[in-house]
Design a protein around this ligand. Structure first.
Ligand SMILES: [Mn+2]
Length: 283
């Protein structure tokens, strides 16, 4: 995106987006709300706070008490939200990432709501259909619904590798990516999903603007087991997939190529081409 006489921006297709359609530009002293889905004690949350502090000194952390990975956009309606102050500008909420963003923007810092929501950094990528299940992405979706520019951050890593994620890769590249995206301006009802590849900063091959890809459908399985008393129980299990995906402009193929995947996502999930067909069908 390029700036257009401060009246708006021109997007990648050369279309002009007026300023009224854009979120607020980064201010001198941005107020940043940090949340995640891995919980208040997760390493990635500290990584995200560090990324936030590289952008501003007004950083607030409001994150779930417990791991909320896979909760997607859950909203707690049947249980009370418990808010616990765990430090300066730092709170834990017994709830979901969505709850945390609402608690932040509408309660904890409602006197001056955040200029930016950062959600993550997730332990593991959120690419392809992961986006649908992801509590990390949901945190950024909620910020977007509330009219706040929002970015989801995820660090790819192989959970079975036995070594920690390359957090240094997210720390090294996230602040500049966020700064550049905010300067260009994020269209209203759009959020940015950033995935960092599973490699050291030196091995990163570049930044790719990507679409949301497709994971292999057969990778989710049920792992049936028995407990100590012979009763059946089950885990939803991911099956390891072999082979690299073909280069198709997606987040998944960019990550396989050690590139950072930057994907703009829309709140509006309407499929326009099929909508046109449906209109003909019901005409
Ligand atoms: Mn997670």
């Amino acid at each position: 995106m390029t700036q257009d006489k401060r009246e708006g921006v021109v997007d990648a297709r050369g279309e002009h987006i007026p300023s009224s359609e854009l979120h607020a530009r980064p201010s001198e002293r941005m107020r940043i709300l940090i949340t995640n889905d891995d919980g208040i004690h997760s390493e990635g949350l500290e990584v995200c706070a560090e990324i936030g502090r590289a952008l501003s000194d007004d950083v607030w952390v409001i994150a779930p008490e417990f791991d909320q990975s896979g909760v997607s956009h859950s909203l707690s309606l049947n249980d009370p939200l418990r808010l616990r102050e765990v430090g300066e500008r730092r709170f834990a909420v017994k709830g979901t990432p969505t709850d945390c963003v609402i608690m932040g923007a509408r309660h904890v810092i409602k006197d001056r709501p955040p200029d930016l929501v950062l959600s993550g950094v997730n332990r593991g990528r959120n690419a392809g259909e992961d986006v649908i299940y992801s509590g990390t992405v949901a945190g950024a979706v909620e910020g977007t619904i509330l009219g706040i520019p929002s970015v989801a951050l995820s660090q790819s890593y192989k959970s079975r590798s036995g070594r920690p994620p390359h957090w240094e890769t997210a720390i090294r590249f996230a602040p500049d990516i966020i700064r550049r995206v905010l300067t260009a301006g994020i269209p209203r009802d759009v959020l940015i999903n950033v995935n960092f590849p599973d490699c050291s900063p030196a091995e990163v091959k570049g930044i790719a603007v990507t679409n949301q890809g497709r994971n292999r459908q057969d990778r989710l399985n049920i792992d049936a087991r028995q407990d100590g008393r012979g009763n059946d129980y089950y885990w939803i299990a991911y099956v390891r997939m072999r082979g690299l995906p073909p280069p198709d402009g997606s987040d998944i193929s960019a990550l396989a190529d050690n590139r950072i995947a930057v994907t703009p996502l829309r709140l509006d999930m309407t499929d326009e081409p099929f909508m046109t067909k449906l209109v003909e069908l019901f005409d």
